[in-house]
Ligand binder design. Structure first.
Ligand SMILES: N[C@@H](CCC(=O)N[C@@H](CS)C(=O)NCC(=O)O)C(=O)O
Length: 214
């Protein structure tokens, strides 16, 4: 039975999973949850799939899993082989570094880039007006965080060095929306050449390009 994700092919957290599936050539069916009509807040959805009323949720036969990063790790553990791309390296120290950068993505990057996307993109989608003052504050926070990324990425093509991993994938969805919603100059600033190089490297990955193609 094909793996199914309850989500939306254009939603950030669903895109994280789609990118992993593309990188590992995993067939994935996306069942769109009608968020405009609040299907994700339906009592049956809360009871059976995601108690917090969010997407995405993975269905693998009888097994259900929510939280996009947990789903990504599950897919890697189930489908990565010696012949596929190594999204989580076998070496335990390298694997720990992937986890370190996923935590950094959730906390440091998420606390500014994700919030910027919420303010600049999602509010508009919901018919609300972005708060310009808040956007300016978030832009400043993104600049400061990406200054640190610029140091972390010194001499590297990807977060782990030479190899594209799950740590890079986790940054792509919100970064993509932020980049296209006015932060392109922050990602490409000449004062942050390592960030600019990294962003170009990861956003040009075939798995990511295929994820955003539809
Ligand atoms: N930590 C969760 C976050 C899920 C999440 O916030 N999903 C958004 C869409 S990208 C959502 O369902 N928003 C609707 C809501 O919060 O009501 C994950 O990674 O899966």
């Amino acid at each position: 039975m094909a793996l199914k994700v309850l989500g939306s092919a254009r939603a950030t957290c669903t895109l994280r999973i789609i990118a992993v599936a593309k990188a590992l050539n995993i067939p994935l069916e996306i069942e769109t949850i009608d968020m405009a009509n609040r299907a994700h807040k339906d009592p049956e959805y809360l009871k059976n799939y995601q108690p917090f009323g969010r997407i995405p949720v993975l269905i693998d036969g009888d097994f259900k899993l929510f939280e996009s990063r947990a789903i990504c790790r599950y897919l890697v553990h189930k489908y990565q082989t010696k012949d596929t791309i190594q999204l989580i390296p076998e070496d335990i120290q390298q694997a720990a570094l992937v986890e370190q950068y996923i935590s950094v993505e959730m906390s440091e990057y998420g606390s500014c880039v994700d919030k910027y996307v919420y303010e600049a993109v999602f509010k508009k989608m919901h018919g609300q007006t972005p708060d310009e003052e808040k956007l300016a504050e978030l832009r400043k926070a993104c600049e400061q965080t990406l200054d640190v990324y610029n140091q972390m990425l010194e001499g590297k093509e990807y977060l782990l060095g030479d190899n594209f991993t799950l740590a890079d994938i986790c940054h792509l969805p919100y970064g993509h929306y932020a980049y296209n919603a006015g932060l392109d100059d922050v990602f490409n600033a000449s004062s942050r050449p390592n960030v600019a190089r990294w962003w170009k490297n990861i956003s040009n990955q075939p798995a990511w390009q295929a994820s955003i193609a539809n």
